[in-house]
Design a protein around this ligand. Sequence first.
Ligand code: NI
Length: 173
Amino acid sequence: MTVLSIIVAPDPRLKVNADPVDKVDGEIRQLMDDMLETMHSANGIGLAAPQVGVAKRILVMDVARPDEDPQPIRMANPEVVWESEEEVLAEEGCLSLPDQYAEVVRPQKVRVRYLDHENEIRELEADGLLAKCVQHEMDHLDGVLFVDHLSSLKRKIILRKLSKTKRMAAVGA
Ligand code: NI
């Protein structure tokens, strides 16, 4: 498995509407495994393909705690087929927005239909952290970042900080 490099916002590759996958074949499976490796090495709980520069509707997640066995989930073409009316406000971060956190409102529970790593149709009923994570990752497939759920002022402050950090890294400051 290969650790891929994660794109940091602001970047136009994070704003694309990703394409559906025709079939989960060996190549897509390999990408899913590389994404899991990349996510784990960055201590993340979710990663979407556009974050590694691949404009495809693929995401991976693992919300297991460090003391639990890994619970990797690989999804292609995920779709929300049901969401609860109850919403929750919870803090989110993102591997593409390092060190930035903000509270986002989302449905508390969702049911998602997707293709797994063997090209089988499956459904996942998610609640709590997993529900928040899958909705956040699915947003990435539509070019939406968690900051896009905030006020434009809050979004600008966060993106400006990230731009500044990138510029400083580029000049080696
Ligand atoms: Ni993210």
